[in-house]
Design a protein around this ligand. Sequence first.
Ligand code: S3P
Length: 167
Amino acid sequence: MERLILVGMMGAGKTTIGRELAKRCGMRFVDCDHEIEARTGVKIPTIFEIEGEEGFRRRETQVIDELTRIDGLVIATGGGAVMRAENRAMLAERGVVIYLNVPPQVLWERTRRDRNRPLLQVSNPRERIFSLHQQRDPLYREIADIVVDGGRGNPGGTIRQIQKALE
Ligand code: S3P
């Protein structure tokens, strides 16, 4: 297996699951957002402040393009990575795509105290989560090879589901 790619909304657990999955599969874990932060030396909200969402998305596409050419990686993407068709094409072609599907209410409960996600710094973040989920769920499904339930607060169970699907 050359690479495993985790997609799903903010709060779906891509980083937690990805890190553990990599350990179990003897692969290396990378997170696109962390990679962007490492390269720029600043946090995601600062990139949004200075360059706007468009600037962030350009950096995200660049990182996706580079990471999806490296073998032996488990890659956690940012929740909005599927918004650009060119990203979807790269992700679908270059790895086994795993969609961590989590109901919007659970996403909301997991992210409500988070200050590190600029898209949720709005007057009604709950509504934002629901509308982003509605918009993106079909896009995650469009490129997913595997869809797993990540909403039960049981990372071990989710990882077992993934490993079973990969057998
Ligand atoms: C975003 C999700 C974030 C990060 C940025 C934008 C989104 O990643 O890339 O804040 O558009 O949903 P996580 O899904 O890791 O929170």
